[in-house]
Design a protein around this ligand. Structure first.
Ligand SMILES: Cc1cc2nc3c(=O)[nH]c(=O)nc-3n(C[C@H](O)[C@H](O)[C@H](O)COP(=O)(O)O)c2cc1C
Length: 662
């Protein structure tokens, strides 16, 4: 920067070159560096630029339209005049609207046909337009391949000069726009040429005033055009993409194994407008046969009406639906169609089409049905088996219960047997004792008698003792025989009308000595001749006698035994009550059992086999009567009540009763 020239030096050089000092440089006079720069660029980019002078000036004049101030426009128009262009030609050039890009591109392409070319100011019109507007579009930065074309056409060196000129032009526009004090009226070119230009074309004046509006209008319409173009291009691209996508989709739909049906719900009866190849395979119908028809032709007599209704409802409401419906192939054979129908809407929610996807699921359905059938069969079998098992279980329970019952009975019987065996053993022991006791007395006294040592009184007592013991033994044996008869069912009754009162009197006579011996008071309460029954007198006497003996036996001395005979319309009732030791309540139920006395130590002390009450009960039963024993407890006395049918209630000529087994 040391050898920087002064502004005056530069100014002198500029004036020398132009013959005047253009107002363009004036603002830089205060800044020699800027002035030098402006001047150097003006020289190398413009003045010494090897492009043809007319081309250069035309370009600079035309591009000045895009500058906000008219300085460049006026000055370069004037230069054009100096180069021989008339006013009309200048206006024509300046007012020309830039052609559309397509056209410029076409010019440039056409220029190729003319390469290599000799670039003089006189060029073929197409070539001239191509080079001119190509440069204008590079200046305006319209994009596209204008620069590439020009580089090709002009070669890299000339192309660089062109680019430098265009860049310099931009610099000039910026410079003058920034300095409003630069006015064309002060420029020698205006002063020298503009008057004659206006003389040739007066409208130039108006253009200079209004060119900015025209350029703005041009730019707007160009922007609109551009927007339309961009929109059209975008649409074209979208269309292309859509077509590609549709193509892809169509290929995919054609390739799927499921049948695809598309219907148009806007046409009457929602007819088929497309089917894919799989539909033809699934149904057996060709697309020609189905286009224009409603899909219900696939249904038949066995198609479920409920499923059809489901489809109808969903389709009427434009809703998705999925069913498995029985359809028929073209040859009439049925198949199960798993059908999914979906409505297709636009982004705005407008219904476009309905799409159905079909799958033949016959195999699966048959398997399911077979499986279901097998399950049902199994269920029935399980139920039957369960029922059988339940029944068997109940039966088993019953059997177990029965067995348990039987076991209980067996156990009971075993216990009874054991008990009976024990009772029998005890009875046998007791029997031997009872038989032996009188026998001992008989033998003993017999031996005493045989010794001859007894006096007459003692001998008399010995004989009485022998007789009493003999009778006792006879009675024991008689009782045993009775029991044996009862057990074998051979006890016989000699039945006839009997007055029970006389039977009682006879029995009383027999037991009287015993009562007396124990100082027991015998009380009789009855009318003689009463109590007529149908019976065996000796057996009835045995009954009364046994009861009386029993009472006397178990009543302590000084006690009382009461015998009462009563009579109702039906019954004759004999009561034998004592004031004896009574019977314990737990022993009462067994009082009539055979050999029971053997269990009871208290009664054993009194001697006897304990068969009496058992015989009594049996004999009473043979007379169709009953006997009951009552006692308020030990020491409270005992009462036996015998009830026999009254004589007139018995059949008068009944044959003698043969006893039953006990
Ligand atoms: C896209 C589409 C596909 C259909 N595909 C079948 C089909 O494969 N099998 C069938 O039985 N019904 C199909 N239908 C249903 C019948 O066309 C019909 O709408 C339905 O049986 C109700 O009939 P309706 O309106 O006479 O009651 C389809 C429906 C549509 C909209």
């Amino acid at each position: 920067m040391n050898n920087l020239r002064t502004s005056e030096q530069i100014r002198a050089e500029i004036e020398a070159r132009f013959g005047f000092f253009p107002p363009f440089f004036r603002p830089a006079l205060t800044n020699p560096q800027v002035l030098e720069s402006l001047w150097l660029q003006t020289q190398f980019a413009y003045l010494y630029n090897p492009l043809p002078p007319l081309y250069k000036e035309k370009l600079l004049a035309y591009l000045a339209r895009y500058c906000a101030v008219p300085y460049c426009l006026v000055c370069h128009s004037c230069t054009l005049q100096s180069l021989g262009l008339g006013g009309q030609a200048v206006l024509q050039l300046l007012a020309a609207v830039p052609p559309p890009e397509r056209e410029v591109e076409q010019y440039l392409q056409d220029c190729y046909l003319q390469t290599p070319f000799n670039w003089s100011d006189r060029l073929d019109p197409v070539l001239e337009k191509g080079l001119f507007y190509g440069a204008v579009f590079v200046f305006l930065d319209y994009g596209g391949h204008y620069g590439d074309y020009l580089r090709e056409l002009l070669g890299p060196i000339i192309y660089q000069h062109l680019v430098l000129l265009l860049t310099y032009t931009k610099l000039c526009h910026g410079w003058v726009e920034a300095h409003p004090e630069i006015v064309y009226t002060e420029d020698r070119r205006f002063q020298n040429y503009f008057g004659s230009l206006l003389a040739e074309e007066p409208q130039l004046a108006e253009f200079v005033v209004s060119y900015q509006e025209q350029v703005r209008a041009e730019r707007c319409s160009r922007a609109e055009r551009l927007a339309t173009l961009v929109e059209r291009k975008r649409n074209a691209e979208a269309l292309q993409q859509m077509t590609a996508r549709n193509h892809l989709l169509a290929q995919a739909v054609d390739a799927v194994s499921e049948g695809v049906v598309i219907t148009d719900p806007h046409l009457p009866d929602n007819p088929v407008i497309y089917v894919n190849p799989a539909f033809e395979r699934v149904t057996g119908y060709s697309s020609q046969e189905v286009l224009g028809r409603n899909c219900r032709f696939l249904q038949g007599v066995r198609t479920d009406p409920q499923t059809k209704q489901t489809l109808h409802n969903a389709i009427a409401r434009n809703q998705k639906v999925q069913v498995t419906i029985l359809n028929y192939h073209k040859d009439g054979t049925p198949f199960w169609n798993e059908l999914k129908i979906s409505p297709i809407f636009t982004d705005e929610g407008e219904l476009l089409y309905m799409v159905g996807i079909q799958s033949d699921v016959t195999g699966r359905k048959l398997n399911q049905e077979a499986l279901q059938q097998a399950r049902d069969d199994l269920e029935i079998k399980v139920q039957e088996r369960t029922l059988e098992l339940e029944r068997a279980n109940i039966q088993l329970h019953q059997e177990i219960a029965e067995r348990e019952r039987a076991q209980q009975i067996l156990k009971h019987q075993a216990a009874e047997l054991l008990h009976a065996g024990r009772v029998k053993d005890e009875f046998l022991a007791m029997l031997s004792h009872e038989l032996k006791t009188p026998l001992n007395a008989i033998i003993g006294f017999s031996q005493l008698l045989r010794t001859g040592k007894l006096d007459a009184q003692a001998s008399q007592r010995a004989l009485e003792t022998i007789e009493r013991n003999g009778k006792l033994q006879a009675q024991l044996i008689e009782d045993l025989l009775d029991v044996s008869r009862i057990v074998s069912g051979k006890l016989r009754l000699e039945l006839r009308p009997v007055h029970l009162s006389s039977v009682i009197e006879a029995a009383l006579d027999t037991v009287h000595p015993s009562a007396q011996a124990k100082d027991i008071h015998l009380e009789l309460v009855f009318q003689p001749g009463s109590g007529l029954v149908w019976g065996d007198p000796s057996r009835l006497q045995q009954v009364v006698w046994n009861l009386l003996l029993n009472a006397i036996k178990f009543t302590p001395s000084g006690g009382r035994v009461t015998v009462r005979l009563e009579q109702s319309a039906e019954q004759v009732i004999l009561t034998v009550a004592d004031t004896g030791r009574g019977i314990a309540p737990e022993f009462l139920p067994y009082i009539f059992e055979r050999f029971r006395q053997a269990n009871c130590l208290a009664t054993r002390a009194e001697g006897g086999l304990g068969l009496g009450l058992a015989i009594v009960q049996h004999v009473v039963a043979l007379h169709s009567g009953t006997i009951t024993a009552h006692s308020a407890g030990e020491g409270q006395g005992t009462t036996f009540i015998v009830s026999l049918p009254h004589r007139h209630a018995c059949a008068p000529l009944e044959p003698p009763i043969l006893s039953n087994t006990p």
